[in-house]
Design a protein around this ligand. Structure first.
Ligand code: FAD
Length: 414
């Protein structure tokens, strides 16, 4: 009897197990080990419980990695799997929403986990939960896997799908990446990715709970690095929202950003001159309005006052009529360059994915097998490729799992 051991019952491991079972010879046992009491704990939390399981437009431009060339080649393999069709073939009706995001038709992440579990059971995968893997050791005929209760299991092939460091509350506490490190893999530095950001507390005083629409640009000093548009949420520690989470990916060391700051443009549809003219005209129309009254109907009043203060304009709530055209030009500039400094991530617990990980050039592009250790595969979040928000991470996790499972099963037939 041959055996494929799949370590980690998250998105990637579940897919690897299904794919291995679908392609395995009858003399091959597929075993899935998961340290949580149930499979797919993180999957249940994805997409706010709706599971944004894929995206119709996945290209390398939606991923953070130190090795774009290899990641591109891997993505090509994953795109070739046609995941929406894969799900359709396995009975999951999906629908495409805004920006190509794909969700289960029922909008229930639980349906995704339940349906995938159904296939694991149908295909005879041996599922072992409450089982924490502690070691992977190469042997003459394959590998052994040790678990926390002292069990040692032999495997002809091992698929390591134990995730990265992000979201430890869901079970992924970094053992997948540590295991790769122990095999002397080259690693790219890890960083929390898709994470809200802390900033100078003075800059967000009194704004917690407010949301604005803006273009958010990450700068390195005064050099613009990347812009995202969307809703910005102010919290008691800093700034959040999808646009900010995407920008957090640019803080990884591979981008070499040394002096990060984020500038919000609250009026991206106006040039600075147009906005200044609008502010001046407004002041002539409402000459008796104090500045806090002037802001009403222009921007969220607290936001307007925060920008006013950030621009160090008259702190005594003057009348609009007393301001000069130069003052309005300063305000217009502030509304388009509202700056947040002292940026820092809010840590692994708040991150949706792991930046960095196993350097991709060590893996076969069509199987995620380690080139130096045949029979050992690293999939999903263990590898140095983190996606934007929008279904790109599950695309990578599901796809790499399918490729690894299929390859492991086919290789053991030879
Ligand atoms: C709140 C949240 C929302 C998200 N929403 C989306 C979304 O809508 N769309 C999207 O594309 N991506 C989303 N993501 C990202 C996505 O969930 C991950 O990128 C993806 O789950 C990674 O899959 P994985 O299988 O590699 O790792 P994981 O899903 O983390 O699975 C790893 C599994 O291995 C198990 N494990 C770890 N160590 C051990 C061990 N030593 N022994 C045994 N088992 C172990 C863990 O318990 C876990 O079940 C979200 C992430 C979070 C945190």
């Amino acid at each position: 009897m041959k055996r494929i051991l799949i370590l980690g019952g998250g998105a990637s491991g579940i897919m690897a197990a299904i794919s291995a079972a679908e392609h395995a010879a009858p003399d091959t046992e597929i075993v899935l080990l998961e340290q949580n009491a149930k499979l797919g704990k993180k999957l249940l939390a994805t997409g706010n419980g709706r599971c944004n399981l894929d995206n119709a437009h996945c290209t390398i431009d939606q991923y953070f990695t130190s090795d774009r060339q290899t990641a591109s080649a891997m993505l090509e393999q994953i795109n070739g799997l046609d995941l929406p069709q894969w799900f359709a073939n396995h009975g999951l009706l999906c629908r495409e929403a805004e920006d190509g995001r794909i969700y289960p038709y029922s909008n229930q992440a639980a349906d995704v986990v339940n349906l995938l579990t159904y296939w694991l059971e149908q295909l005879g995968v041996h599922i072992v939960t409450d089982c924490r893997v502690t070691e992977i050791t190469p042997t003459d005929s394959g590998y052994t896997v040790s678990t926390a209760d002292g069990t040692i299991l032999d495997g002809n092939a091992i698929i390591c799908a134990m995730g990265g460091n992000a979201g430890p509350q869901f079970g992924s506490e970094g053992f997948g990446i540590k295991a790769a490190f122990r095999t002397k893999c080259q690693m790219e530095p890890l960083y929390p990715c898709l994470v809200p950001l802390k900033c100078n507390p003075e800059q967000i005083k009194g704004l917690s709970g407010i949301r604005v629409k803006a273009d958010a640009t990450l700068y390195d000093g005064d050099m613009p690095m990347h812009t995202e548009s969307g809703e910005i949420q102010f919290t008691d520690y800093g700034i959040s929202g999808i646009a900010i989470m995407q920008l957090s990916g640019w803080l990884g060391t591979q981008h070499g950003v040394h002096n990060p700051n984020i500038q919000l443009n609250l009026f991206p549809q106006y040039t600075e001159a147009e906005l200044t003219a609008l502010l001046v005209a407004r002041s002539q129309h409402m000459p008796n309005a104090t500045i806090d009254a002037y802001m009403v109907g222009l921007v969220h009043p607290q936001v307007g006052l925060a920008v006013w203060q950030a621009q160090q304009l008259d702190a005594n709530n003057p009348m609009a009529a007393s301001m000069t055209p130069a003052d309005w030009a300063v305000l217009a500039y502030g509304l388009q360059h509202w700056t947040f400094t002292n940026l820092a991530d809010t840590g692994w617990k708040h991150a949706q994915t792991t930046g960095g990980g196993i350097a991709l050039h060590q893996l076969e592009i069509d199987s995620f097998q380690l080139k130096t250790m045949p029979g050992l595969y690293f999939t999903g979040e263990t590898a140095d490729c983190a996606g934007y928000c929008g279904g790109y991470n599950l695309h990578w996790a599901f796809g790499s799992g399918i490729l690894a499972g299929r390859h492991a099963a086919e290789s053991l037939k030879q």
